[in-house]
Design a protein around this ligand. Structure first.
Ligand SMILES: [Fe+2]
Ligand SMILES: [Fe+2]
Length: 145
């Protein structure tokens, strides 16, 4: 398994995007390392970050008229739904807390692909349009613990 940590291949060259992605990975790493009694807390933080992270990208995509917006949002939605569903299933006991570490691994694997494809294309598009994205205040409130 690959380590759940930042690596230079993930840098896309748009600071607010890279900063958000560093936080995303920090949340995933926290989830991967969480003890059973910390898993729901870590999932809540990850899901709050992920929701704000994806909403931020949606805002940027609308602002700079990014053509494949629907495709990018569709992928985000599937991933967020998976995280929210696992949170509910661990909370109601239909899945064990250990599933959270599996989710963390899958998210890291997904994110490497996503950053290299959809987010990379978005970064290039924003740069080519001279669009300077701003970080959402919501994201700064959701820091990994
Ligand atoms: Fe992203
Ligand atoms: Fe994205």
């Amino acid at each position: 398994m690959k380590p759940i940590e930042w690596n230079d291949a993930l840098t896309l060259g748009v600071d607010p995007l890279d900063e958000t992605h560093r936080d995303f990975i920090a949340h995933i790493a926290t989830l991967a390392a969480a003890q059973d009694d910390q898993v729901l807390h870590a999932l809540d933080a990850l899901n709050a970050h992920t929701s704000a992270h994806f909403e931020q990208e949606s805002r940027w995509m609308r602002d700079c008229e990014f053509p494949p917006l629907g495709c990018h949002e569709g992928e985000h939605q599937k991933v967020l739904e998976l995280c929210v569903e696992l949170r509910a299933r661990i909370a109601d006991g239909t899945q064990p807390p250990a599933m959270a570490a599996r989710l963390a691994e899958a998210l890291m694997e997904w994110f490497e692909q996503h950053a290299a494809s959809m987010d990379a294309v978005l970064a290039q598009w924003m740069q080519s349009r001279g669009y300077v994205p701003a970080l959402d205040a919501d994201l700064l409130l959701v820091q990994p613990q």
